[in-house]
Design a protein around this ligand. Sequence first.
Ligand code: GLP
Length: 235
Amino acid sequence: MKVILTQSYEESTQIGAELILGALAKKPELLLGLATGATPLGIYQRMIDACREGVADFSRARTVNLDEYVGCLAENSYRKFMDDNLFDHINIPKENIAFADHTADPEQEILRLRKFFECNTVDLQLLGLGPNGHIGFNEPDEVLEAGCHVVTLAKATKEANACWFDDGVVPDQAITMGMGDILRAKSIVMVVKGESKREVLRGLLESDCITTRNPATFLHLHSDVTVIAEKSLVG
Ligand code: GLP
């Protein structure tokens, strides 16, 4: 695991964006795995800027997102978040975007996405880190699932994400890529932002033990992971 400790969030996003844009330059038909939340926003802005400046071309790129709420309003969906913060501002064809549909039957969506992952390999997976160690929405538990599945969100996760909902009410369930889907990506870039991640980040960086109680520790099983975090979080 490669760990890059930065002086600031801006530096983290600069390095994260360089990794993504570098991979895109090498492989224009890159399949990018994308994340939601506050953490990737700075990276997405840099991707938008690069596209506007003509130094990045997403016309052949494809994406798949980690997760989506089940049965949420369109305005609260992760799909809208991604449209607003990335997709509507870069030249990616809409048909190249794979996403769980928050309006569809979740079980049918799981089958559709499992098929997608059988036929496609993510080239670069961007991850954030949940305050309880979740990646995607793979919540700490006794067991973790390898494939795409419906998850009941942990209380801590609902609390952490309530700020994104006008009424503060977070759906109980979400669809998430499984741990196997994430670990099958050819390379993984995890960016960590925020004090609330300090404990789980230290759990990840201070030993190579793997525990389902901190799903991010499974990244130790992968041979090409870069963790980018502010230095102040590990000091
Ligand atoms: C949500 C998403 C995760 C994301 C996490 C961290 O729970 N499902 O994929 O990594 O939030 O969010 P933030 O970046 O806002 O701290």
